[in-house]
Structure formats: structure tokens, C-alpha cells
Design a binder for this molecule. Structure first.
Ligand SMILES: Cc1cc2nc3c(=O)[nH]c(=O)nc-3n(C[C@H](O)[C@H](O)[C@H](O)COP(=O)(O)O)c2cc1C
Length: 244
């Protein structure tokens, strides 16, 4: 088993980080584009019945979900934030030594940590927080207004500063890669995708607005939350607010 830093996943993660110098060179893709959809011609086609079986509530949420970036001045409630975080990472069952959660995770290892940049949440101060999954509480890391730091770190995307709260997900690489080695990074990104989709559907269910965000200067976000970028590094985030 290679040491963490010798894994392809580690090398890939480090080599594809955005920073203010590499942004423009990394972005220039030399890859030719592909058609946006795939269609097989001259093969039998099967349509679905009009009344396809579905859960109406879920169908409604999936149909309505959009990335929304138009946040108002209004604050969201702590209770709603609690539901959003539970949707992402709430423990729903104990099975042996595993604490299974709302989102699936390769090998039940849960390498993703959730951090929050709170701007406008009723009942808690603006600042940076960490979600303690075991006890399901927020741990306050530092109080203060970090909205403009967040906007800067996210390539100047203004809606980040206007969000009521942003969730920032990091990966504790070793937690997964000690088992999966080179292949581990694949699973880490899949885990993050599951978590974010849970968030977005929960956001939609509360009538809130959310947007996934992966365009950021990795080390700027890492340093905001005191992460080394080696053992633990940010990989994904999402803004949440109330639509204007
Ligand atoms: C991995 C990923 C990264 C994304 N990063 C950003 C981002 O940095 N900024 C942004 O405004 N939207 C971002 N989005 C949102 C996409 O632009 C959006 O999902 C896409 O345009 C489709 O629109 P929809 O989500 O409303 O269906 C991201 C989405 C995904 C899945």
C-alpha cells in the first residue's frame, strides 16, 4: 500500500488545485469537446408509460431543483440549518462499529468533513463552524464576518458573500485512502456528490435556494478553516440562502 503522498489520488488532487497563478493555465483545456447527449440510431426504442410510478413529493423536488444564486438579505432559521446538515451527514443507524448516515459512503468510512461559513442564521453569530457529526452539534471555530474572504476564495463569485450560510466540504484523505489507496479519490468525490445532492434536495424541500460550488482557490479556503491541504483538503462547497 503506497503512503498517502505516493497515491495517484493525492498527486491528482494537488496537481489540479486552483491558485491565483495556475488558474488560467489549468483552465485552458486541450481536450476536444464531445456531443452533449448520446443517441443510438437504428435500434429498437422503448417508451415509458404515461403514469410512470413515482413518489410525487420526490418528483416535485427533483423537478424544481435548480442552482439558485439570488440570495436576499433574510436570515435562515437555525432549525432549518439543522435539517440541512442532518440531510447531509445525519447518523440514521448504528450497525456494529459503523454509524450509518443519510448519505452513502464507500466502505462506511465517511471521509468528508463539513465546515460552515455562517453569514445570516437566526440564533448564531456569523463565523466559521465545524459540524460535529457524532454529537450533531456545531463547533464554533471563529466568530466574525468572513463573507468577503469567502467570495475572494471562491474566485470572486459574489453570491457566496450574499449566502445565508455556505457549507464547505473537506476530505480527510487518509480516512479513505488507508483502505482504498490509489482508487480512493474516486470514492471521496462520489461521497461528496451524494452529500451535496442530499443538501440540494433538502434546500428545495424547505423552499430555500442553493448552489453547488467547486470553483475556488483550494489553499485559500483551506487556510480559512486551518486545514493543511495535505492530510485534509477542501473539495466541494455549496451556498444556501433565501431567494430574492
Ligand atoms: C461539481 C459542480 C461544480 C459547480 N460549481 C459551480 C460554481 O463554482 N459556481 C456556480 O455558480 N455554479 C456551480 N455549479 C452549478 C452548475 O453551474 C449547475 O449545476 C449547472 O449549470 C446546471 O444547472 P442546475 O443545477 O440549475 O440544474 C456547479 C455544479 C457542479 C455539479
Amino acid at each position: 500500500m503506497p503512503e498517502l503522498k505516493q497515491t495517484l489520488g493525492y498527486e491528482y488532487l494537488q496537481s489540479t488545485k486552483f491558485d491565483r497563478q495556475s488558474l488560467f493555465t489549468l483552465r485552458k483545456s486541450q481536450v476536444d469537446p464531445a456531443p452533449l447527449m448520446k443517441v443510438y440510431r437504428d435500434v429498437p426504442r422503448i417508451s415509458f408509460p404515461q403514469e410512470a410510478s413515482s413518489n410525487r413529493d420526490l418528483q416535485g423536488l427533483l423537478s424544481k431543483r435548480r442552482s439558485r444564486r439570488d440570495y436576499s438579505e433574510h436570515s435562515i432559521d437555525l432549525q432549518d440549518l439543522g435539517f440541512l446538515l442532518w440531510s447531509c451527514q445525519g447518523i440514521t443507524e448504528q450497525r456494529g462499529r459503523l454509524y450509518l448516515r443519510t448519505a452513502p459512503s464507500a466502505g462506511g468510512l465517511y471521509p468528508i468533513e463539513t465546515y460552515l461559513a455562517v453569514n445570516k442564521v437566526n440564533g448564531i453569530s456569523p463565523g466559521l463552524y465545524h459540524l460535529n457529526v457524532r454529537d450533531f452539534v456545531l463547533e464554533q471555530l471563529v466568530e466574525g464576518d468572513f463573507s468577503s474572504n469567502l467570495e475572494q476564495a471562491c474566485l470572486g463569485q459574489k453570491f457566496m458573500a450574499q449566502s445565508a450560510v455556505s457549507l464547505i466540504w473537506s476530505a480527510v484523505l487518509r480516512r479513505n485512502m488507508a483502505k482504498y489507496g490509489h482508487r480512493g479519490l474516486r470514492y471521496i468525490f462520489m461521497d461528496a456528490g451524494h452529500i451535496c445532492q442530499n443538501l440540494l434536495l433538502a434546500v428545495e424541500s424547505l423552499g430555500l435556494a442553493g448552489c453547488p460550488v467547486a470553483a475556488f482557490f483550494d489553499e485559500e479556503l483551506n487556510s480559512m478553516f486551518g486545514l493543511s491541504g495535505e492530510e485534509e483538503s477542501v473539495i466541494y462547497s455549496a451556498a444556501v440562502g433565501i431567494s430574492k
